[in-house]
Design a protein around this ligand. Structure first.
Ligand code: ZN
Length: 189
């Protein structure tokens, strides 16, 4: 039981799946961190990237924040979640992101959901579902697969309208031929 004792200083309830201390969260807290993820998504939109943003918190503090950079890096794996996981692993000096929460504006794709499982992230919070290609729950339930060695707790729908508006605006501009926002972020007075 040393394994449990080491992680249970302070008698925090343990997650049934990963034996991690259950992260204490509230809806207000989810919104607070999701707003940071949305700010990352807006930065992506301004750079002509699909607007998805992610942050990872550990012990109540942000240790990673990233947005989609596929076009800039010319890297199909440069999704917000992957970049944030890499940052978080560097910050914790551990590939196991125990005790963390990932906030992401849209349901992770199959690649990112796979990375979340490998990183052992105990709780994932997202905004908009992706019914077409969602890899976490909607199309492929990778975060809760019984055949994988880690399952995540999930909270969905936090600030989903803001996330959807960003995505829909981006693809509308893309259809018109410009993926760059038509109005400056901070218009002059
Ligand atoms: Zn992804």
């Amino acid at each position: 039981m040393a394994f449990l004792d080491r992680r249970n200083r302070g008698n925090i309830p343990l997650c049934l799946h990963c034996r991690e201390p259950a992260v204490q969260t509230t809806p207000d807290r989810h919104e607070f961190f999701m707003r940071r993820a949305l700010a990352e998504a807006r930065a992506a939109a301004e750079e002509g990237e699909v607007p998805v943003g992610a942050v990872i918190i550990h012990e109540g503090r942000i240790i990673a924040a990233a947005h989609n950079m596929v076009e800039r890096l010319k890297d199909p794996t440069a999704h917000a979640e992957i970049l944030a996981i890499t940052q978080a692993a560097a910050a914790l000096r551990d590939w196991r992101l125990e005790g963390t929460v990932l906030y992401v504006t849209k349901e992770p794709c199959p690649m990112c959901a796979g990375a979340v499982v490998l990183a052992r992230i105990p709780l994932v919070v997202w905004g908009a579902d992706d019914p077409l290609r969602g890899g976490a729950l909607s199309r492929f339930a990778i975060l809760q697969s019984e055949t994988l060695n880690h399952r995540c707790r999930i909270v969905r729908g936090i600030l989903k309208d803001e996330s959807l508006a960003l995505l829909q605006g981006f693809f509308r501009r893309l259809r018109r031929g410009t993926a760059i926002p038509e109005e400056p972020r901070n218009p002059p007075d």
